[in-house]
Design a binder for this molecule. Structure first.
Ligand code: PEP
Ligand code: MN
Length: 271
């Protein structure tokens, strides 16, 4: 038997792909962009406009936020989901947002095209089991203290329930280094692609926590073989209610996506 009953890459080398609107995840490069949090209708509308203009194909925005301090902005909840949906529809972008709690699965899946499990919830086995029962794609972030094996086993929990639309997301792990917010583990991308048939996405925003590192780390992630990127972008990063230091402006995002597309061409030329 393969190491992971359902997630393992089989001998035929067949990889999972599935459609979200007109994107075939696992085949078309997934370019997720948008603010860390949905802050207001105007903010997410403008965030979506900039993401679309820059060339992103999916919109992100947190409505339920996992914050270190209980006194920090916790997200707009249901109202945030509504604004995010409206912005996605307005700019023809499918939407991804985090589901923080098992009690919100039904609500979040009413609005979102893809549900995100955050790093802090990676091993919330009850949540994973319930997400295995729904018919929506799940983007599973790697826990900041999780090994690659633990991460893949968490994907296995979702797959076991019958939901085979799982995307893995490397978002940095905690090491002794404090210069960056986390340490981006690009070897995990290679490992996950070798071990599983699942699409693998990289989030250099949370991995580094530093605006100037997002582009170089994105290009490195592309060369490591990722199937997509998740990038935080905000109409006015300095005023963001969360993760202000790592969000890009629309112009920066446009420049990044242009470079990513060039790098993808180069990657293809090496095949
Ligand atoms: C996020 O993407 O909004 C987020 C909170 O990321 P992570 O779970 O990777 O910290
Ligand atoms: Mn964030």
């Amino acid at each position: 038997m393969s190491k992971y009953k359902l997630a393992s890459l089989k001998e035929d080398g067949k990889r999972t792909t599935f459609k979200v609107e007109n994107i075939e995840i696992g085949k078309d490069f997934l370019m997720i962009a948008g603010p860390c949090s949905v802050e207001s209708e105007e903010q997410i509308m403008e965030g979506a406009r900039l993401a679309k203009e820059a060339g992103a194909n999916m919109l992100r925005g947190g409505a339920f936020k996992p914050r270190t301090s209980p006194y920090d902005f916790q997200g707009l909840g249901r109202v945030g989901l509504k604004y995010l949906r409206k912005a996605g529809d307005e700019y023809d972008l499918p939407i991804i947002t985090e589901v923080l709690d098992v009690r919100d699965i039904y609500l979040v899946s009413e609005y979102a095209d893809v549900l995100q499990v955050g790093a802090r919830n990676m091993q919330n086995f009850t949540l994973l089991t319930e997400l295995g029962k729904i018919d929506k794609p799940i983007l599973l972030k790697r826990g900041m203290n999780a090994t690659i094996d633990e991460w893949i086993n968490c994907a296995e929990y979702i797959l076991k329930g019958g939901n085979n639309k799982v995307v893995l997301c490397e978002r940095g792990i905690r090491t002794y280094e404090t210069f960056t917010r986390n340490t981006l583990d690009l070897s995990a991308v290679v490992a996950a692609k070798e071990l599983t048939h699942l699409p693998v996405v990289v989030d250099p925003s949370h991995a580094t926590g530093r605006r100037e590192m997002i582009k170089p780390m994105s290009l490195a992630a592309v060369m490591a073989g990722c199937d997509g990127l998740e990038i935080e972008e905000h109409p006015n990063p300095c005023e963001a209610l969360s993760d202000a230091k790592q969000q890009l402006t629309g112009e920066e995002l446009k420049d990044l996506i242009k470079a990513v597309n060039e790098t993808l061409k180069f990657r293809e030329s090496l095949k």
